[in-house]
Ligand binder design. Structure first.
Ligand code: SF4
Ligand code: SF4
Length: 365
């Protein structure tokens, strides 16, 4: 269906590598309206490596501009509701430094659109994604505690405006249901091209942990599902065991077994890559994962010496599970383990615990 190309890269060579990729993929943008969507999940600085690196965004913008499009829009809907944080997030992630002429606050242009889904029949999406001629997604190479991976499919979640995203988290709370909702959203408007920032990736407790990993790649594809499957293989996961990928394949959106994907460049499993803590591979582990969900369901807990008591986590928890007293306390009966709070905490002041760890007395709510 598509091609996945893996290029060696660092941030200083990103623009050159991306130009070569555009040329390899024969990207023609003349007189087209183009939207470029990095992964800007919140007000995080570049050094955290949670968001798409600005040099990758700059490289994509440069390659697009060279192809004489009618219009370029760069933006994202971080997990926030207002203009202030959208622009602040763009600023802190370095986006405004490299493409302020093209930045648009996508949170301000939400429109209601029908969606084929068992969770809801309509969503609020930024209009640009529905109207664009060419959509370029620029996700990060990251793990995810709930969905196993963060990649092209997950990056599509940011087509929805902030408040809509929290509603989806409420409607689809498990790994399987949230993965299904993400595929529903991805299908609203699949990207035409995906350029993944895999120069510095994230392992372990993604999507916003401090476990960074130098990978030294930029991965490009005209099929987001197939790119995500290649990323999963590089992480050491079997794509078939990632519910989001399995469902996407069932719906005919892409192939997920490495042997059936057309690839260019060397694809190797990264040595000793740390998987998210809920990941249990193999058929027995997969069954156990379901049986042990109750015991292993993870919840956030504050790290008090890092917490500034800013209240961002309390403000944005989609189910009102957090109260500041004066540090955040999480109501385990309400928490749906969406990890929005971890994504949004500006100080990495939230860790993860589960019933097993609590019984051992490592953490208290
Ligand atoms: S945990 Fe993070 S987001 Fe929540 S109050 Fe503390 S610093 Fe703010
Ligand atoms: S406490 Fe955090 S993980 Fe739990 S529901 Fe609220 S935002 Fe999601």
């Amino acid at each position: 269906m598509g091609t996945v190309a893996v290029y060696d890269a660092d941030y200083s060579s990103a623009a050159e590598v991306i130009e070569k990729a555009f040329s390899d993929f024969g990207v023609n943008l003349e007189n087209k309206n183009v939207v470029i969507k990095p992964n800007v999940i919140g007000p995080f600085g570049v050094s955290r490596a949670i968001t798409t690196h600005p040099s990758v965004v700059a490289g994509v913008v440069k390659a697009v501009a060279a192809r004489r499009p009618a219009r370029i829009v760069v933006g994202d809907n971080p997990g926030v509701r207002g203009y202030g944080l959208n622009k602040t997030s763009a600023q802190r992630s370095g986006l405004l430094d490299v493409c302020s002429d093209y930045y648009v606050n996508l949170s301000e242009e939400g429109v209601s659109a029908p969606m084929k889904s068992r969770f809801t029949d309509k969503v609020t999406i930024s209009r640009t994604f529905l109207e664009t001629d060419f959509y370029i997604s620029i996700p990060k190479f990251k793990t995810h505690m709930l969905t196993h991976i963060t990649g092209a499919i997950k990056n599509s979640f940011g087509m929805l405006v902030g408040g809509q995203k929290t509603a989806i988290h409420r409607l689809a709370q498990s790994c399987e249901t949230f993965s299904e909702a993400l595929v529903d959203i991805y299908q609203l408007r699949a990207p035409d091209l995906v350029v993944m920032d895999a120069v510095i990736g994230m392992e372990g407790k993604g999507p916003s942990s401090e476990d960074l990993r130098e990978i030294g790649k930029i991965i490009v594809s005209d099929n987001g599902v197939e790119l995500d499957a290649v990323m999963a293989v590089m992480m050491g996961m079997d794509p078939v065991r990632v519910p989001m990928l399995q469902l996407a394949q069932e719906r005919g959106l892409g192939r997920i077994s490495l042997g059936s994907i057309k690839t260019v460049g060397p694809i190797a499993q990264i040595e000793n890559f740390k998987l998210p803590s809920k990941m249990m591979r193999g058929p027995v582990g997969f069954i156990l994962w379901h049986l042990l969900t109750h015991l292993m369901t993870s919840r956030p807990v504050p790290i008090e010496d890092k917490c500034s008591k800013c209240g961002i986590c309390e403000q944005h928890c989609p189910v009102g599970a957090i109260q500041l007293k004066p540090y955040p306390t999480v109501n385990p009966e309400r928490c749906i383990s969406c990890f929005c709070c971890m994504e949004l905490c500006p100080n990495s002041a939230l860790d993860v615990t589960n019933k097993v760890k609590r019984y051992r007395g490592r953490f208290k709510y």
